[in-house]
Design a protein around this ligand. Structure first.
Ligand code: NAI
Length: 406
């Protein structure tokens, strides 16, 4: 057996300390950097680590991933994973974990704030007072109690918004392409048109897909109740901005709160222009739906836990680019993890090597995608690194490790 060394994790871009705590508790040695390393140094740096955690600015390209022979897994401490070449990571046997759930509540709470802001024209009132104009009025300003909220996309965020809105006394209807369990008294409607006709507020919580691109344009806006308001904190291309601006100018749409745009600046401080700027009762925010300290901490925990579960038991159930396996550990059993090219005969080759080592297979779970297979195998007695090396040396193997020993 080779001497064990602690696993090493590199966390860059100021990832929340909650991730470090979780990894350190598993005996992993963590190096944390505030910024993304310079591009020229990234490949060399990543090569030294078993785990790498990034946020949205660090690009894990083919060159970086293919050179990282020690790399076991990547944590994307954010929602998006476009900055990582996921297919290359998959082919290298490296699962990538992200944090799809950690900012759900933050987005949902902002939606409630915005519904009230739109109902009370709060954006305009605060701008007026900041500019030294006293414009007290009640006309056109309403309570949200008893009004109808229409939620398009009743997934994680949409359903949370529904629960909170109902607690505020709203009637809630939702439209989703998948049949969803309604929360509380939330009520599904059969079509988007039905939702648009009924709702005083329409809020969008769909993913970016070919079907949701330009989903809300002039003809959908025309179907909304006169004076109803639109909220979009989902993806920038779901709403046709110019057509929304027209509907707001005509007064048919009574207000809008927009957090996401077809084109967004890369960083803070850059200029930004939109056809919605300066229109009445329009709240414009810089993609902050999920941006809270609680969400950052939760992201650290969610991805940190996924990485810890991967190194301690080989669990990949929340990976975005990898076959899903999560087999509970059993006391006294010894686990081998093998990632291989998905071609016929691999299992036979591996089992042959195991049987030659006189070990009995206690549990074996294989999950595949079109390119790779991921095998988690528990043996009834300790196998030598020689067995692991023999499995690793098979022409089909990509990554092989004995748990705890790499
Ligand atoms: P989710 O995947 O849990 O829910 C999306 C729902 O939309 C699913 O129930 C799905 O069946 C439904 N859907 C898909 N296509 C549809 C269609 N054509 N019509 C109606 N329903 C459809 O996603 P989650 O976590 O609720 O996120 C929703 C959106 O919010 C995503 O686009 C995400 O990128 C965005 N988001 C924005 C943030 C911000 O800072 N503004 C932060 C977090 C997420």
């Amino acid at each position: 057996m080779t001497a064990k060394r602690p696993l090493r994790a590199l966390l860059v871009e100021g990832i929340h300390p909650s991730a470090r705590e979780i990894l350190a508790a598993e005996g992993i040695s963590v190096t944390a950097l505030d910024k993304s390393p310079p591009k020229a140094e990234l490949a060399e740096l990543v090569r030294e680590f078993d785990l790498v955690g990034i946020r949205s600015k660090t690009r894990l390209t083919r060159e970086v991933l293919e050179g990282a022979n020690n790399l076991l897994a990547v944590g994307a401490f954010c929602i998006g994973t476009n900055q990582i070449e996921l297919g290359v990571a998959n082919a290298c046997g490296v699962p990538v974990f992200n944090a799809p759930l950690s900012n759900t509540r933050s987005v949902a709470e902002l939606m409630i704030a915005e519904i009230i802001m739109l109902a009370r024209q709060l954006g305009d009132r605060t701008i007026e007072v900041h500019k030294g104009r006293w414009m007290k009025r009640a006309v056109g300003c309403r309570e949200i109690r008893g009004k109808t909220l229409g939620i398009v996309g009743y997934g994680h965020i949409g359903s949370q918004v529904g629960v909170l809105a109902e607690a505020m006394g709203m009637r809630v209807v939702f439209f989703d392409v998948v049949t969803k369990l309604p929360m509380g008294n939330n009520r599904p409607v059969r079509t988007l048109d039905e939702l648009l006709h009924e709702s005083d507020f329409v809020t969008l919580h769909v993913p970016a897909t070919p079907q949701t691109a330009d989903m809300i344009g002039g003809s959908e806006l025309a179907k909304m109740k006169p004076g109803a308001c639109l909220i979009n904190a989902s993806r920038g291309n779901v709403v046709v901005i110019d057509q929304l601006a027209d509907a707001l100018r005509s007064g048919h749409v009574g207000g809008a709160a927009i957090d996401v745009y077809p084109e967004e600046p890369e960083g803070n401080g850059e200029g930004f222009e939109s056809a919605l700027q300066g229109l009445p009762n329009v709240i414009l925010t810089p993609h902050i739906g999920g941006s809270t300290e609680e969400a950052q901490e939760a992201i650290g925990r969610e991805v940190g836990t996924a990485l810890a579960n991967f190194v301690t038991r080989g669990a990949t159930t929340s990976a975005v680019n990898f076959p899903h396996v999560d087999q509970p550990l059993m006391e006294g059993k010894h686990r081998i993890l093998n990632v291989h090219r998905n071609v016929p005969g691999v299992l036979g080759d591996i089992n042959h090597i195991v049987s030659e080592s006189q070990a009995n297979i206690f549990a074996q779970v294989l999950a595949t995608d079109p390119n790779i297979g991921y095998l988690v195998m528990d043996l009834d007695h300790e196998v030598s690194t020689e067995v692991c090396d023999r499995i690793g040396a098979l022409g089909t193997s990509i990554r092989t490790r004995i748990l705890d020993d790499r």
